[in-house]
Write a protein of this length. Structure first.
Length: 146
């Protein structure tokens, strides 16, 4: 089973400024992108899962807590599934890959945090692969940090 992956990047700086990069991110499969900015640091955006689509996440500003869960039953997943938490910060210069079959929930950790999301299907496909569950669906306190 493929799990959450990290693609590390870096930063190059000189007298002109800096360039943030993730050169090992192969964007061949990407069909669209969007930016998430939660209204505050209390809001949890999720749970949203995709049976067919995969996503890549890159923090533009601030920091996010991303919780992920591998869905076991698309019609009624177990509420006790293992939840993994990944902390993501703009200064880390990394792309986090979430393969198909996972649900995600996001919480901004700093005001003004912005998350760039890449998807491998066009928007016309989204309505056919959008599984949502309440923010408190999966048992709290079940998260394992990475």
């Amino acid at each position: 089973m493929e799990g959450i992956g990290i693609i590390q990047g870096g930063i190059a700086e000189d007298h002109r400024g800096s360039i943030r990069f993730v050169n090992d991110f192969d964007a061949t499969a990407v069909k669209r992108f969007y930016i998430i900015e939660n209204k505050d640091t209390e809001t949890i955006r999720g749970w949203r899962a995709h049976r067919i689509e995969q996503r890549w996440f890159y923090v533009l500003d601030g920091a996010f807590s991303m919780k992920t869960v591998k869905i076991d039953d698309w019609n009624g997943p177990s509420r006790a599934l293992a939840v993994e938490e990944t902390m993501m910060r703009a200064g880390e210069q990394r792309v986090v890959h979430v393969p198909v079959g996972f649900g995600t929930a996001f919480q901004a950790l700093e005001p003004g945090s912005r998350l760039l999301v890449f998807a491998d299907y066009g928007i016309e496909h989204a309505k056919n692969d959008d599984y949502t569950y309440p923010a408190d669906y999966f048992i709290r306190g079940n998260a394992q940090s990475s």
